[in-house]
Design a protein around this ligand. Structure first.
Ligand SMILES: Cc1cc2nc3c(=O)[nH]c(=O)nc-3n(C[C@H](O)[C@H](O)[C@H](O)COP(=O)(O)OP(=O)(O)OC[C@H]3O[C@@H](n4cnc5c(N)ncnc54)[C@H](O)[C@@H]3O)c2cc1C
Length: 307
């Protein structure tokens, strides 16, 4: 790709904010990794279409990020364009017993606003860092609820700029998985189907679930939540803990002493440190229990497939 040519082309598009060589790791919850060759903030649909056309023309890599709460950015950074949705994508509106939300809306904020209006259904999904887009793409879930279970529809944009409206079943939702993970469609909007309920009780539930959530996670250290998916009928954290790996340190990263399925950044961790701990945990669990753990964290760029 001609980075200069692409930068100039993107800078000419209204509704985009373009930053070359933008530190990226520090904008993720784990706080590891290098810079994006080009970081692009996208403020509306028209600009998104033009971004897609320019990226196709220059043959550049393109990756969308939400809050960066489930990703590991490689230490050498990411080539091509990393895009984050802003502006129009951060707006939402209540429609009867549903809420239509742009892909960049923080899910926790949406859950609270819905509860305040006496609309229930999102409380269990309000306690972890996520955008609407990231949680739809991941089928994020907690306390027995998954994102797909409260969705009415999802609007996607394809790389040719066309939009597609799908229902939750079209996502083929599974445990932290959707059909979106094997393609390059972009989540631009979602409509959640909620139910009328008691506002006070919904807010109390949201607070109680949040409190429980944060009690079970390491506090004060950057992390990205669960590292591995739980194997059927078991917990990845138990398996890792039973291998004696709780507290294991590699460089600046540690398998949390509080929760063995979480890796924390002690202050100066690299993506390499995180990957080394993931490999150590995976190998130990396979050796001791014959169980192959599958990463829940998305290892980006050159790290893809490295664990
Ligand atoms: C403290 C903590 C607790 C957590 N607890 C939970 C939990 O209980 N349950 C749970 O499921 N997860 C949990 N997570 C993980 C994380 O919060 C979820 O996976 C969340 O859905 C990630 O959302 P995001 O916006 O940060 O997505 P990102 O991490 O930015 O992206 C995740 C993936 O989605 C893709 N993506 C993001 N936005 C779009 C878009 N608009 N279009 C297309 N692709 C997109 C990205 O390319 C990436 O591959 C936790 C994380 C932390 C830090």
């Amino acid at each position: 790709m001609s980075s200069k040519g692409l930068t100039a082309a993107l800078r000419a598009i209204e509704g985009l904010e373009v930053t070359p060589d933008a530190p990226l790791g520090s904008t993720t919850t784990l706080r590891v990794g290098g810079a994006a060759e080009l970081l692009v903030h996208v403020f509306d649909r028209a600009a998104l279409k033009l971004l897609l056309a320019a990226v196709a023309e220059f043959g550049a890599d393109l990756l969308f990020l939400g809050q960066g709460a489930n990703v590991v950015v490689p230490d050498e950074g990411l080539e091509g364009v990393v895009a984050r949705l802003k502006g129009d994508f951060v707006s939402y509106s209540f429609e009867g017993d549903g809420v239509r939300a742009g892909a960049a809306v923080p899910l926790g904020q949406l859950a609270r606003r819905a509860a305040q209006r006496g609309l229930v259904g999102l409380e269990a999904l309000g306690g972890f860092p996520a955008t609407v887009g990231g949680s739809v793409w991941m089928n994020a879930g907690c306390y027995g609820t998954e994102t797909s279970a409260v969705l009415r529809s999802v609007e996607l944009m394809a790389r040719d700029g066309s939009t597609i409206l799908i229902g939750p079943e079209d996502l083929q939702p599974g445990y932290r998985s959707t059909s979106l993970q094997s393609g390059d469609l972009i989540v631009i909007e979602a409509v959640f189907a909620l139910e009328p309920g008691d506002s006070k009780a919904a807010l109390a539930r949201l607070d109680e679930l949040n409190r429980r959530r944060w009690q079970s996670l390491p506090s004060g250290r950057p992390n990205a939540g669960s590292v591995f998916k739980n194997p059927e009928g078991d917990a990845a954290g138990r398996l890792i803990e039973d291998c004696g790996l709780k507290g294991l340190v590699h460089g600046g990263a540690q398998i949390s002493e509080q929760h063995a399925n979480v890796i924390v950044n002690l202050g100066d961790a690299t993506a390499g440190d995180v990957v080394a701990l993931m490999r150590a945990a995976r190998e130990a669990v396979e050796k001791r229990f014959g169980v192959v753990l599958e990463p829940e964290l998305r290892l980006l760029g050159r790290l893809s497939g490295s664990v």
